[in-house]
Design a protein. Structure first.
Length: 173
């Protein structure tokens, strides 16, 4: 009795000889794909050629929704903030040392803090307006005379140690 044969790329194959190039399992009757004229089961093909998730390192198959940025790829479920682990899908994010961070974690960690209230100053589009002086920053609403609390935005001011004073309150220093 002759073994059953099949044809692949116009070449006849014995059913028992038509094997995955990677794991050597029979491909007859299974779904498979090829690359450079070599046949692979789907599992071997994914392990060898699919993009790898930057977070979990597992292959990203065609059935997964995935995210990518800067030549790195993630499964959608792995695309999250490095610190708080919240999803970054459809959300703005920043990177620091190749780690993905939500804007909140990034700003808490790396943005300037107001010298008066100690809260984060969010510069840039849609961010806070702020005053910067001698490596210190203040929200506009916090840039007030230490003695009389008058706003110093757009006005002259004096400094006494770490305090800022209006010209009237600072005239005696």
């Amino acid at each position: 009795m002759q073994p059953k044969s099949l044809t692949y790329h116009d070449q006849p194959w014995h059913k028992d000889c038509f094997l995955c190039t990677g794991c050597k399992q029979q491909l007859s009757g299974q779904r498979f794909t090829s690359r450079d004229d070599f046949a692979y089961c789907l599992n071997c093909f994914c392990n060898l050629y699919a993009k790898k998730c930057a977070s979990c390192t597992s292959p990203i198959s065609g059935t997964h929704t995935h995210m990518h940025t800067h030549d790195r790829h993630w499964h959608e479920e792995c695309f999250h903030c490095f610190q708080c682990k919240r999803s970054l899908v459809d959300k703005p994010f920043s990177t620091k040392d190749e780690q993905m961070l939500c804007t909140e974690c990034y700003s808490n960690e790396y943005s300037s803090k107001c010298h008066e209230c100690k809260k984060t100053i969010m510069p840039g589009l849609g961010g806070s307006k702020y005053i910067s002086f001698e490596e210190r920053q203040w929200h506009n609403d916090c840039f007030n005379c230490k003695k009389c609390s008058v706003s110093l935005v757009g006005r002259g001011f004096l400094t006494e140690r770490d305090d800022i004073l209006c010209p009237e309150c600072g005239k005696d220093i």
